[in-house]
Design a protein around this ligand. Structure first.
Ligand code: PEP
Length: 255
């Protein structure tokens, strides 16, 4: 039995006051929610302050990126131990914006993944095809290759500690959502890949999120699919009512 997980990726949005006020309101309104795991991933500069605000709440704190090195001359970078220090539990890795804008490759994601797991943080590893790749019939091949490259060298135990997020690039921030059937098809294929690489038991336990224009009004149908275990939410995680609406939908899903 997999627990549903809803994580908000704020990207480079909200100022300090807005960030604090959003987490305070969410902590208050989501206080009784125990059937769904929840996290927010704010900009790195606010992690310390928000970590304090979220301490002893049911909302986990996540970062949007990390450097794989432990310390040293890496100007502008942040290490896993620094993230742990300020109360982070999760780290998003290989988001399509980082892959497309900052040139992150599967092997860079893989290096970061090993560092994140070694530090005892929970990685959320993103994969997904572009519109061009989907239209060329390459979705399965692209997603499988990103999974194999990003997850290389993981033990079965490490795989169980890793969250995956299928995020079709054409659905991110565009208002175009994959239909529940389109998303389920890819999620099911990711699970069969995990089965082949690890075991049936592990494949059944790994949390695989869907991301791409998830909103309060389409969350229920997506989350009701058997292989979709939650959502990585961008735009709709920036407002209390829309993020809460998605979490409410998740609490009503029985799997
Ligand atoms: C994301 O950035 O991971 C994302 C899914 O964004 P949005 O929900 O805005 O499409």
């Amino acid at each position: 039995m997999r627990r549903l997980f809803i994580a908000g990726n704020w990207k480079m949005n909200l100022n300090r006051g807005q960030s604090l006020s959003l987490v305070q309101s969410l902590a208050e309104s989501l206080r009784g929610v125990s059937e769904v795991d929840i996290a927010v991933c704010p900009p790195a500069v606010y992690l310390g302050e928000l970590g304090k605000a979220l301490h002893a709440t049911n909302i986990g704190l996540g970062a949007q990126n990390v450097n794989s090195k432990a310390e040293g001359a890496y100007t502008g970078e942040i290490s896993c131990s620094m993230l742990k220090d300020v109360g982070c539990r999760y780290v998003i890795l290989g988001h399509s914006e980082r892959r497309a804008i900052y040139g992150e490759t599967d092997s860079m994601v893989n290096e970061k993944l090993h560092a994140v797991l070694a530090a005892g943080l929970t990685p959320i590893v993103c994969v997904g095809e572009t519109l061009e790749q989907r239209e060329a019939g390459q979705t399965q091949q692209v997603v499988r290759s990103q999974c194999l490259g990003s997850l290389a060298g993981l033990t079965e135990d490490q795989m169980l500690k890793t969250v995956l997020a299928y995020e079709p690039v054409w659905a991110i921030g565009t208002g175009k959502t994959a239909s529940p059937a389109q998303a389920e098809e890819v999620h099911k294929d990711i699970r069969s890949l995990l089965e082949a690489q690890f075991s049936v038991g592990t494949a059944q336990k790994v949390i695989v999120l869907y991301g791409g224009s998830v909103k309060a009004d389409n969350a229920l149908e997506l989350l009701s699919e058997p292989n979709i275990d939650g959502a990585l939410v961008g735009g709709a995680s920036l407002k209390q009512d829309s993020f809460e609406g998605i979490i409410k939908a998740a609490t009503s899903v029985r799997k």
